[in-house]
Write a protein that binds this ligand. Structure first.
Ligand SMILES: Nc1nc2c(ncn2[C@@H]2O[C@H](COP(=O)(O)OP(=O)(O)OP(=O)(O)O)[C@@H](O)[C@H]2O)c(=O)[nH]1
Ligand SMILES: [Mg+2]
Length: 435
């Protein structure tokens, strides 16, 4: 552990020295006024991490402690060197001093649960230190650059994640006003939101598309909306509908009724073999839309469904329906679970019911999904629109009064940002295009 001392005439000067020498993850241990200014004691982030890393604890408890457990306790009759198993590949600097420092009486006193408690305490201390550091940093930032703080507050209120917000705010041009800062943020978000250029991507190209997603997100309704658009463009003969929702009461019926209205046959399949036969029969169709049965992202059936669709012969493109009213955490989980070997894209549904849509856009941006359509109501076929980046980003920042109780005030923002430091290296953030 390498604690270092930094002294400067002002706190800001001392802070800069710390950041320069130890980087942005430095952990401040103390901060006090001395005769010639301000003195800060700090530790590099990785030193702190090494100290609190669970692997260290695990190794200590599994190897070193095994040697120190009562059955290995040394006696005078057995003055042999400590029987410590070969060290695992972990921070030797942390482990090496342990045996030397332990006297025989200390050995008897240590037990794994005490060590576990100590490590837990160290981790919670680290959390507190990071929190305080972040708090100081963001309070300072608010004073120095109030425009950045205002833009940050807008992003959080719109539902964007704290980590994406921080990543962009830190890269926002210095000295920008709130308005120009907001414009910059909107431009970056728009640039990073991938959408189809126009409907021809699906309506003219055709192909086999499966709408997948958790229960009740609007797969069947969206399939019907898409089917209506296909029929309007090419007539009913070029389209076929398939449902894998054959066993639920009313599952098949729901799509069959839409099919009847449009004059399109609806085929029901129950497994991969069935689907393969159906797709073979429907080879001549310009477009085939498959409505799938809803599966929770936490259900292992998601993997089975992906396997069924990928193994069915023809190239089935999966479009994931994401409910815009879900939280960012849930949507992230949904995407991870449904990603499989790659999604063709996604459709945001229930936009009309969502008070904020920042979290949904955040997930689409970070997961690099191609956004095909947005659905904003129950009406078939009217409530389906080709995704428009600019409209969606603008809409994200048009807040309703009802969201006010959930917005953060200036004093709370440092707390919200406190946990974002470690997320700054996230690959999904580093890939955000800035210029
Ligand atoms: N407000 C609103 N309601 C929608 C939208 N899309 C679908 N719905 C409604 O959401 C409910 C569920 O829609 P479905 O299409 O049956 O959803 P699903 O994903 O097929 O559901 P499962 O097959 O049960 O998983 C229905 O009442 C739809 O009318 C939308 O964009 N906005
Ligand atoms: Mg359905």
């Amino acid at each position: 552990m390498n604690v270092r001392k930094f002294t400067a005439s002002t706190s800001r000067g001392a802070w800069s020295l710390v950041r320069e020498a130890l980087g942005p993850d430095a952990v401040i241990l103390s901060n006090r006024t001395v005769a010639d200014g301000v003195e800060i004691l700090a530790l590099a982030g990785e030193d702190m991490a090494a100290l609190a890393e669970p692997v260290v604890e695990k190794t200590i408890s599994e190897t070193t402690l095994a040697a120190f457990s009562p059955k290995h306790t040394l006696t005078h009759a057995q003055p042999a060197p400590l029987a410590i198993p070969a060290p695992a590949p972990v921070s030797a600097s942390v482990l090496q001093p342990v045996p030397a420092a332990l006297t025989q009486s200390a050995i008897g006193e240590i037990n794994p649960s005490e060590l576990h408690d100590v490590m837990k305490e160290i981790r919670s201390m680290r959390g507190m230190l990071e929190m305080q550091l972040a708090e100081l940093a963001w309070t300072d930032q608010h004073k120095r650059e109030p425009a950045k703080s205002s833009v940050l507050r807008e992003m959080l209120a719109a539902g964007f994640s704290a980590s994406l917000s921080r990543y962009l705010i830190e890269r926002m041009p210095a000295g920008a006003s709130k308005d120009s800062g907001m414009e910059w943020i909107k431009t970056i978000l728009t640039r990073n939101l991938a959408t189809i250029a126009n409907e021809n991507e699906i309506l003219e190209k055709g192909g086999v598309y499966a709408l997948v997603g958790p229960t009740g997100v609007g797969k069947t309704t969206t399939t019907a909306k898409l089917a209506a658009r296909c029929v309007m463009r090419h007539g009913p003969g070029k389209l076929a509908l398939i449902t894998t929702d054959g066993y639920r009461i009313g599952g098949y019926e729901q799509l069959r009724i839409y099919g009847k209205i449009l004059g399109v046959m609806v085929h029901s399949v129950k497994d991969e073999a069935d689907l393969r036969i159906a797709l073979d029969e429907l080879k001549g169709k310009h477009t085939v839309l498959i409505d799938t049965v809803g599966v929770s992202q936490r259900d292992q059936m998601v993997a089975e469904q992906i396997a069924m669709l990928s193994g069915a012969g023809s190239q089935v493109k999966r479009l994931l329906c994401l409910n815009a009213t879900s939280t960012g955490e849930t949507l992230n989980e949904v995407v991870r679970s449904y990603m499989g070997d790659g999604l063709a894209g996604c459709i945001l549904t229930k936009l009309d019911e969502a008070a904020t849509i920042g979290s949904a856009l955040d997930v689409v941006i970070r997961q690099k999904l191609n956004l095909y359509y947005v659905a904003n109501g129950q009406r078939v076929p009217e409530d389906l629109h080709v995704a428009n980046q600019q409209y969606l980003v603008d809409r994200a920042f048009k807040l309703k009064r009802e969201t006010a109780p959930f917005q953060f005030n200036d004093a709370e923002i440092p707390l919200v940002m406190a946990n974002t430091a470690r997320a700054m290296n996230d690959k999904s953030l580093r890939e955000v295009i800035l210029g």
